[in-house]
Design a protein around this ligand. Structure first.
Ligand code: BDR
Ligand code: CA
Length: 311
């Protein structure tokens, strides 16, 4: 199995991404979960990560708390999408599992230095503050990362928090710039692909019909998460942004993309956080990321439903 660190700001879709990973030990070894401020403030994302691990029956998972604010700006949150708790929908018990003492950034640095080079994959599902801080503090780790598979950005689907920017990149564009320039192999799940991974009514019913606590909670979370997109975009089902990352690690052939140049806009007030993706190769800037544009949505949901049944 591939060793991964999930860096996350749960978030209902983060929660489903984590559940998919924890349900797939033959493919993925979740060696650590690091939390970051994003959808809601850090104390809540950490609480939610603990609730999700307990829901999965994995209270031994190692959770490290990370940065509570972006590198250069104040935090922008998304309660309008995820609810006040960040994980509205199901009623889950208050978590009791411990938070590790080490700071997430130190954990990321130490792990990349102590594990064999090229064996640890980073999976950022929120703003890139923890990863960028680790890279800034310890530039030597860049060459030791197997791959960074992240959810963020948009090209044809443009923005969901401003007309130009996707939430994760918008919240900390300075961090995103550091990550996209770091030289490690990067695979990106932008809105272009996540807006094709929609929890339609039959797919939601399939989660609920699993009958286990995880299936029911996944159905309740996606029910809640859908409200926003339905109202705003007329979307028939919640887009499962972050689970695209963990599904890609298990079954990469479900996804299609291009290896292209992606730059981050950090200056302009109008387009801050935009992922300027050279999809058509109109510049001679060197490719630095594989930008995913398409997913076999039925295959993705078949995988997800099959794996959630195992928890
Ligand atoms: C991203 O922003 C968050 O609201 C979601 O959890 C996802 O990571 C989608 O733009
Ligand atoms: Ca997220």
């Amino acid at each position: 199995p591939r060793k991964i660190i999930i860096d996350t700001d749960p978030g209902q879709d983060d929660a489903v991404a984590i559940l998919l990973a924890l349900a797939s030990p033959q493919d993925i070894d979740v060696i650590g979960i690091t939390t970051v401020a994003g959808n809601v403030p850090l104390a809540l994302t950490t609480r939610n990560a603990r609730m999700v691990c307990e829901l999965a029956g994995k209270p031994d998972a190692k959770i490290y708390q990370g940065c509570d604010r972006p590198l250069a700006h104040s935090l922008v949150t998304a309660e309008h999408v995820h609810g006040k708790s960040g994980l509205d929908g199901p009623t889950l018990p208050e978590p009791v599992m411990p938070i590790q003492d080490q700071h997430a950034v130190d954990y990321i640095i130490d792990t990349l230095r102590s594990e064999e080079a090229g064996t640890v994959t980073l999976c950022p599902l929120g703003p890139l503050t923890n990863i960028a801080t680790a890279l800034q503090r310890a530039p030597d780790i860049a060459g030791r990362i197997a791959e960074i598979v992240l959810m963020g950005g948009a090209y044809f689907e443009v923005g969901n928090i401003t007309p130009a920017a996707e939430f994760n990149i918008y919240v900390d564009p300075e961090a995103a710039e550091i990550v996209f320039k770091c030289g490690a192999p990067i695979t990106v799940m932008p809105l272009d692909v996540t807006h094709k991974a929609l929890v339609t009514k039959p797919r939601n019913d399939a989660f609920r019909a699993l009958g286990n606590a995880v299936g029911v909670a996944a159905a309740q979370m996606t029910d809640f998460f859908e409200r926003f997109d339905k109202e705003k975009y007329g979307s028939e089902g919640a887009p499962l942004h972050d689970p695209c990352v963990t599904a890609y690690l298990i079954q990469p052939d479900l996804f299609k993309g291009r290896h292209i140049n992606v730059e981050i806009e950090t200056k302009s007030d109008l387009t801050r956080g935009m992922t300027v993706a050279d999809w058509w190769g109109v510049t001679d800037r060197p490719p630095n990321a594989t930008f995913i544009g398409d997913v076999d949505a039925d295959g993705f949901f078949a995988l997800l439903t099959d794996r959630l049944a195992r928890l």
